[in-house]
Ligand binder design. Structure first.
Ligand code: SAH
Ligand code: SF4
Length: 361
C-alpha cells in the first residue's frame, strides 16, 4: 500500500490498524506518521528511532515510492529547477524560488497539458497523463529531503492544469495543508488555473482559504481566444460571473505580449474586470518556448502598462524577470533536457553533456 497517496488521516488509520494487528504500542503511530511528510525519510531504514524489525516490516508493507531526480539547474539568483523522472519514464518539473525568508515551490499537476495556450512550453507537449496525488505531493517531499527545509509557499504553476486533475489535486492540497501533512497554511498555497468552471466550484467548496490565481492574459474575448483555446469553452463572461461568487480575493496572471494585449484599450478592459473583484493583477514577462513565437514586452513597456492600470485604480504587481519568471516558464526544462539528450544521442554517442546552468539573459 502506498501511504503517500493517502490523505494523512487515512494513512494514520491504515497504520493504526496495522500496528494493532502486530500488537505494537500505540505511541508507534506518533513515530511513524511524521516520517511520511513532516520529517520525511527516504526509506524506512532511515527511521532509526524504530526497532530494526519494525523498519523492515514497514518496508515490506508500505514501501515509500520516490521521484527520481533527473536534472537539477541552479540559477545565479538561487532559483533551483528540478526535473523528476516518473516510474513510466515521463518527466515533470518543480521550481524552488528563494526570496528573502520565503521559499516558494512551484509544482506540476499533470504531465503535459490539454489546454494548448499558444505562449506556453507545456502546452506544446499536449496532454500526456494526470499525476497521481503522491506524485504531486512528493515533489514537495523530495525537495524537503534534498534541502532539509520545508517550502514556506507552494504554487500550482508548474506543468499542467490543476483543476483538470481535481481529484488528485484535492487530496494533494490536504497533504500540503494538514498539520499531519506538511502543515503549510492554506493562504500560502496557490492554485493557478485558466478558469475551468467545474473545478473552480469544487475549489470554492473547500473550507480552507487556498489562494486562487487566474491565468487571464487577455481582457477581451477576441484577444483571449487568439492566445488561449480554453476561451472557446469557458469564456471571460462566464469566468467573471463565477469569480463574483467565489468570495475570495483572486490574482489575475497577465503575461504582457507586445502588440497583442498591452494597448491602452487592453489596460482599460483589464481594469474593468479587475476593479469590481478587487483582483490583484500580476504582470508577467513573456518567456520564449510556446508553440508560436511572440514578442515579449520590454521592462519599460511593462512598467508603462502597470502605471496605466494603477491610474485606473487597479492593484498591480510586476513579476521580476528572474526568480518567479522561471516558474512561469515551467515546461522549459523538460523541453531543454529532452532536446539536449536528442542532440547527445545523435551527435555525441554516449558522451555526458553538461546542461546549461543559469538563466538566459
Ligand atoms: N495551467 C495553469 C497552471 C500552470 S501554468 C495555468 O495556466 O494557470 C502557470 C503559469 O505560467 C500561468 O500563469 C501561465 O500562464 C504561465 N506561463 C505559461 N507560459 C508562459 C510563458 N511563456 N511566459 C510566461 N509565463 C508563462
Ligand atoms: Fe496548460 Fe497552463 Fe500552459 Fe495553458 S498556461 S497550456 S493551461 S499549463
Amino acid at each position: 500500500m502506498n501511504l503517500l497517496d493517502l490523505a494523512p488521516e487515512q494513512a494514520a488509520a491504515s497504520l493504526r490498524s496495522w500496528l494493532e494487528a502486530r500488537r505494537e504500542p500505540s505511541y508507534r503511530i506518533r513515530q511513524i506518521l511524521p516520517r511520511l511528510w513532516n520529517k520525511p525519510v527516504r526509506a524506512w531504514a532511515e527511521a532509526t528511532d524504530l526497532p530494526l524489525t519494525l523498519r523492515s516490516e514497514l518496508d515490506a508493507t508500505f514501501p515509500l515510492p520516490r521521484l527520481a531526480l533527473d536534472a537539477r539547474q541552479v540559477s545565479r539568483d538561487g532559483t533551483v529547477k528540478y526535473l523528476w523522472r516518473l516510474e513510466d519514464g515521463l518527466a515533470v518539473e518543480s521550481v524552488l524560488i528563494p526570496e528573502g525568508k520565503r521559499r516558494t515551490l512551484c509544482i506540476s499537476s499533470q504531465v503535459g497539458c490539454a489546454f494548448g495556450c499558444i505562449f506556453c512550453a507545456t502546452g506544446t507537449m499536449g496532454f500526456q497523463r494526470n499525476l497521481a496525488c503522491w506524485e504531486i505531493a512528493c515533489q514537495v517531499r523530495e525537495v524537503v529531503l534534498e534541502t532539509g527545509e520545508r517550502p514556506t509557499n507552494v504554487v500550482f504553476m508548474g506543468m499542467g492544469e490543476p483543476l483538470h486533475n481535481w481529484e488528485q489535486v484535492d487530496r494533494a492540497l490536504t497533504i500540503l495543508n494538514s498539520p499531519s501533512g506538511f502543515g503549510i497554511g492554506a493562504r500560502h498555497i496557490t492554485v493557478s488555473t485558466v478558469g475551468l468552471l467545474p473545478g473552480l466550484s469544487k475549489l470554492a467548496a473547500r473550507k480552507e482559504q487556498f489562494r486562487l490565481a487566474i491565468s487571464l492574459h487577455a481582457a477581451t474575448h477576441q484577444t483571449r481566444l487568439a492566445l488561449m483555446p480554453v476561451e472557446r469553452k469557458y469564456d471571460l463572461d462566464r469566468l467573471m460571473k463565477a469569480l463574483e461568487v467565489f468570495e475570495r480575493r483572486v490574482t489575475f496572471e497577465y503575461i504582457v505580449i507586445r502588440g497583442r494585449n498591452d494597448s491602452p484599450a487592453d489596460a482599460e478592459a483589464l481594469a474593468a474586470l479587475a476593479r469590481p473583484l478587487k483582483a490583484l493583477v500580476n504582470l508577467i514577462p513573456l518567456h520564449p518556448g510556446g508553440a508560436v513565437p511572440l514578442p515579449a514586452a520590454g521592462a519599460a513597456e511593462m512598467a508603462a502598462f502597470a502605471r496605466r492600470l494603477r491610474a485606473l485604480g487597479v492593484s498591480v504587481s510586476v513579476r521580476k524577470s528572474r526568480g518567479l519568471d522561471i516558474s512561469a516558464a515551467c515546461g522549459q526544462l523538460r523541453v531543454e533536457v529532452e532536446r539536449a539528450r536528442r542532440v547527445r544521442t545523435q551527435e555525441h554517442g554516449g558522451v555526458q553533456q553538461q546542461l546549461r546552468v543559469g538563466l538566459p539573459e
